[in-house]
Design a protein around this ligand. Sequence first.
Ligand code: ADP
Ligand code: MG
Length: 136
Amino acid sequence: MNNREQTLSIIKPDAVERNLIDDIKKIFISNNINIKNSKKIHITKDEAAEFYKVHQSKPFYNDLCAYLSSGPIVVMILEGENAILANRKIMGATDPRKAEENTIRKLYGISIDKNSVHGSDSKENAKKEIDFFFKD
Ligand code: ADP
Ligand code: MG
């Protein structure tokens, strides 16, 4: 079966701050995920609030938006076979303590909020999130 997909990945401030950009990119590449586009940016809290709008009713929403806008991030379009689910597997569980061995979050995540990476969770959200950062 052939199902080439694109998904959005973000290397979050905690990982950029610890110089983990190349290490994380190598993990994608070694898993046959192509990094089609990549840029380092620093977003505002309002932009983070727009990006994470689906979580607006959650108790951690404000902290989450403050965090994503707290320092530089790297946004990437990943491309590959079943890339959306593949990336979620490579990332590991939201809470690094629950993430499987050798996942990015297990290797590098500090806590549930400082969990080093974001990845789109569905085809629909992947498209929305790619457009959010790369439509110009
Ligand atoms: P994921 O990033 O694995 O898709 P969610 O979409 O559920 O996870 O949540 C988005 C982000 O919000 C998480 O990556 C994490 O940084 C933060 N978050 C999720 N749940 C919590 C929580 N209980 N407390 C603090 N931050 C959280
Ligand atoms: Mg999510």
